[in-house]
Each structure stands twice: as C-alpha cells, then as structure tokens.
Ligand binder design. Sequence first.
Ligand code: IVH
Length: 740
Amino acid sequence: MSQAQARVELARLADLLNLANIAYHGKDSPKIPDSEFDRLKRRNAKIEAMYPELKRADSPSDSVGSAPSDGFGKITHSVPMLSLGNAFDDADVQDFVERVSKYLGLSAAELTFLAEPKIDGLSLSLRYENGQLSHAATRGDGTTGENVTENARTIADIPKSLEDAPDVLEVRGEVYMGHADFDALNLRQSASGHKLFANPRNAAAGSLRQLDARVTRARPLRFFAYAWGALSASLGETQMSSILRLEKLGFAINPLTKECDDFKSMVEHYRQIEAKRSKLEYDIDGVVYKVNRLDFQARLGFRATTPRWAVAHKFPAELAWTRLQSIDIQVGRTGALSPVARLQPITVGGVVVSNATLHNEDYIQGRDNRGISIREGKDIRIDDWVQVYRAGDVIPKVADVDLSKRSVNSVAYVFPNLCPECGSFAVREDGDAVHRCTGGMICPAQAVEKLKHFVSRKAFDIEGLGARQIEMFHGDPDLPIQQPADIFSLNERDSGNLTKLKNRRGWGAQSAENLFAAIEERRTIPLERLIFALGIRHVGEVGARDLALHFLSWENLTQATDSARAAALAHRAADKAEETERRAARVENRRAQLSNCRAAAIAACVVEASSSQAWTDLIAIDGIGSTLGLSLSDAMANPIERAAINHLRSYLTILAPDPPAKQSPVTGKTVVFSGTLQKMTRAEAKARAEALGAKVSGSVSGKTNILVIGAGAGSKAKKAADLGVKTLNEDSWIALIEEL
Ligand code: IVH
C-alpha cells in the first residue's frame, strides 16, 4: 500500500470507526458487528504501524470506546507488552550477563542490573494523558489487550491523576491480590455459594475482568509499577531512576527492588528474596533482572517476543505425585508423534494438572537426547506413580517415578512404529529423537494441524476460521477443507447462496457472510506470511521473513530451491555418509572396511554440494542454515506439497516484503562482516544493518555488495578483492550508517 493510499484508507477507517463508536456508546443499535469493528480497528493499527507519520489526531487506536467483544473493548498497545525469557538456575543467569556484555561489547564490570521480585499477577498498562488516567488495558496477546479502564479506576494503588507527569505516560506493572484479601474473598465466595478461586492470581484476574466495575471495587486489588510503554518525555537515564520517578508520581514500587553490580550480587539478592518468599503478603514466582542503563536497553532491543535486556529467574517448580493412567500419541503438523501422559488430576501450584508431556521415546525410557540418563534412568510406564512439576506456564513434565509402587505385572512402554492416525509407518531417523509419521498429506492429523497452522494468527489469520472451524470443515461431507486452496474456493463451492453453511449449526447468514469477507480479504498476502503459513519444518516466523526479504518473490524462491535441489540431496548424502563413518569408527573391526568407501562417498557428495551456487547461496543467507535449507528443499520437491501450493497460489496476490521503514545507503544491499569489530559486537552490527534494510550474509559471494573488515579478517577479504566487492573498514562503515 502506497503512502497516498494509506492516508485515504486511514481517513475512511477513522470515519467508519468513530461513527460506529458513537452509535455504540449512544446505546443505539451498533452499526457494524463487533467482529467487523475489531477487524477494522486492527487494519487501522496495522496501517498506522506501517506509516506512523500518517497517524491521525482522531485516530481510532487512541479511542477507548471500542465495541466490546467477549464483553470488553480491545485496545491496541502503542508499544507491545512483551514477556520475559526465563533462567532456571545460576548458570542461566551467568549466561544472561555474558550474553548482554558480549552483545554490547563491554566487560561485565561496566554493567549494573536491577533485581526485583517477579509478581505473580497479571500485567496492566495505564495510559495517562496530560496527567489524567485515560485508559487501562490488560496485556491480552501482547499487541491487543482488553479495555478495563473502569475497573482499574477502582484500584486504590492506581492514581487517577498525576502531577508533573509527562504529557503522555504509559505506566506498566502488575495487578495482584494479597494473601489476606484472597482468603477473605474465598470465605465470602463460599458463604455466598460461589466458586472458590484456586489462587490469588486467578482471583486477581477474575476480579479485574469483571464486566461490572462495582464487583471489581469490592475486590481489593493492588498494583506494583515496574515498567512503562509510550512516553512523551523520558523518566530517567536508568531503570532505577525511572522507577523512583514513578514512585514520586504516586505509584507503588516493589520495596525489594535492588541495584546489583555483578552476577554474584544478583543471585545473592535472588536467594534473599527466595528466603522471604513465604513471608511476603503476595505471590511471587521468581526474580527479574534488568540492565540498568536505558541507553544499553535501547541498544540491546528485543527478540521476537522478549527483551534482550531482561530475564526472569524462576523459583524451582512445585511438585506433586499422581497416577499415570494412559499414554496417548498426538500427531503434529510435521508428523512428529508426541506422547502425552494422561494423569489422575492433581493440583500442582494451584492449578489442576491432568496431562503432562512425555516428549519422545528416549524421555519415556529415561534418557535425554544425548543418551544421558534422566530421572536416574527410570522409565515411565502406564499405571506408574509419577511426580509431576510445572515451571511457569510450561506444560507439566514428569520429574520422577516411584518404583516401589510399581506393580509386578507392569511392562515397559513400547513406542508405536505406526501412526495412530493414518497407519503409515512412523520412522525414527538416525540422530533424531522423534518418530515421524511418513503419511505426509494423506495423514489426516498432519493435514488438520497444517491447516490450523495455516489459518493461525501469524499466518493467514482468517477471522472466524480458527482451529475449531478447521476441525469442523476438514471432515465435512459437503464443504470439505482439506488443503489451503479449499479455503479460498469455499464461497464458490457453496455456490454463493450460503445454504450449506447456513444449515450448519452455529453458522447464521451473517457469520457466513463475514467468513467469506474475511477469506476474501486474505487473498492478498505478504510473501513472508505465505512462507510461514506453509508450515514447513524448521521454517518459523523469522526464517520465513529472512527468506522473503532475500528472494522478494515466490518465483525467485522456487527457482532457487529447484536449482539447489541436487546439491541439497548431495549435502544430505554427505551428512549421512559422515554419520555412518562415525558409527563405523566406533565399531573398530568394521572401520577399515568401511572408511575407504565412505570417505570417497563423502568427498564426492561434498564436492557436488559445494559446487552448486544456488545451494551455497541459499544456506549463506543469514539465519538460513543447511537444516532449514534441506527442509525447505524437501517441501518444494514434494510433488503433493508443490501441487497444493500451486493450487493455493492461483487464488492469491502475493505482496513483496515491505520496504524497510528507513531508506538508507545500505537498503537492499548484501553486507558481510569479517574479523573482529572494535566499536560494536557482531550481533549488534548485524541487528543494526538489518534495521537499515541490509541483508547480512555469512560469506562473500558475487552477490555481496559490502564487506566490512574488522581486525584479523582473513580469507573473506581476499575473496572480496578477487570478486571486486566493495570493502569498508569499521570506521567508514559506522560513518556510512551514522549519517542516517
Ligand atoms: S518486566 C518487556 N518486571 O512477567 C518486559 N515483568 O513473564 C517487561 N512480571 O508480562 C516486563 N513482575 O506480567 C517485569 N518485576 C517485573 C515483573 C514482571 C511480574 C510479569 C509481567 C510480564 C511477565 C513476563
């Protein structure tokens, strides 16, 4: 969408949404259905994200009165509300400190951190405009949350107005319920015959998400501030000074927040907090460490969903014993067979657990993926007493097995070698821990999971067509959806009269109409979403984006994978031959016999693989290694998959990736870094180059535009000279990008 088109579209959306808002709040009948309202609002937010300079003064994103869906209006966060990466032990914390200092190119002694309790509540974002609380939103999916402004106003810890605050200030923190208040609430619940809350967190969430603010008022909620979103003026230069500023403005900040000089004092503070945990009046589930200096935080930035500058050091998980009733096998999108333990339900850390993951055959047998014994090598059998644990939000796992309670008739679990869904062989390849169904698209479980992934939020994100609807349509006799293209022919196959859909329970004419409109809207799709949506093993969101940015069109991508196919197979053959060689080497008497012919085979394959420009180019794309390359190649060379994709493409208009926000002298250029940089680390150099629209590659080829040479650069510099590639030293590289 061009800038001019975006401006017109934003004006249209503002009109539509503002009118709908008035109709809704004037208690008129809403002019448009809620789902449509939400869709338009999301579209508006997306266009604003693309062209922030075009955001209107009357932007619907800033209006709090959106139509309620599930009872609450939605608010799109101006700065996403992210989650935190986890550390489970001291070594993980040390890794975090090292990662941060390495990224910044500083010694750990140059850094300080803040350590503070991780409150076990729910996060809330409070927006103040000109000192007045204008709205409050839950985290939701991180991008869009629920509008709980009226309820937040009832919380005593939350100031309704501020003095001397920046014009725009978004304060973020945790809403929680204290233990005494929780106990009293449950007493009242039980006296009035209402359901009890399992833990203070659930009670806080349930109370904040009350449609009637009077109920929230009667539930004593508390709030700790620990972060911020949008700001019109900075609060301080460090995390600590900013938090203290928030305290001055009237927010409660956690008294156990401490500045730490090094790793040792961080974990020391963790131990102190852990020792105080049972005496605290509120639940905490770990300690959060944050890089103190905000300029460092800005340089460190974010990964997909977590900041690089913070980490949550979790307290050890809670444990409970229960009976394993059965083991079910689930088949995933890539054919992986996942064993799931069905447990006699048991409460672990306030949550009822009835399933636990068993990962794979080795895990059941008591080995990890390197063959090292876990749970002291005790295997897991049906009817065993098992100890389960939850760590944070992760799926429960089995920590231990009580052999003294095992029945004498018990037999070891035999992992199936047939897919329970389609009966195809389930094969466990050398070096792989996972059994995979070989049925491909003929396996209904794989097909359904692939379709669910196809319509998921980060893929085609079709409103009204989620996992549940996919299950329903997949086996539908009249209107089946068996491959992605079937989604786009749904309307036409329904012969446009909605009758078949209408007759189906829950599908009124309006929802069918909405579904067709939502599908129609997704016929135009960005290339990276399409690639991600295909659900190719190893091709995640980031890989899909890397591929899209590199190839720019579907045609370029397939041309490259087709040309690279022979080399990809040779690469796999070389890998396999090497693996066989390694195994043979372990069996001494077969060594001599095998090694000669293997070595020859490896050499031949390696030559074949490396002589293909297409293959070497593919795996040289930064972020795309041979594992992803091979998996992509397999998918593209699979005739059934390829036909399905081509069929799908006939319905689609595929958009080239958005040009990077800023045009720069390196936009679209392929840059390679070599040697040691002095002023920034490699990781930082790469992140900055990419932010300016450059592609960063690991090796020099004819396609390289710039080679940045650091200290001790070796063969790459020579190759660049041979190929006539432009080279820059570190200073001239910085001069080039810093002009921007
Ligand atoms: S900082 C960019 N500090 O933990 C990340 N989060 O697992 C900003 N939480 O969604 C979050 N106590 O709800 C931060 N002292 C604390 C916290 C904290 C609890 C929650 C928060 C966040 C979740 C991430």
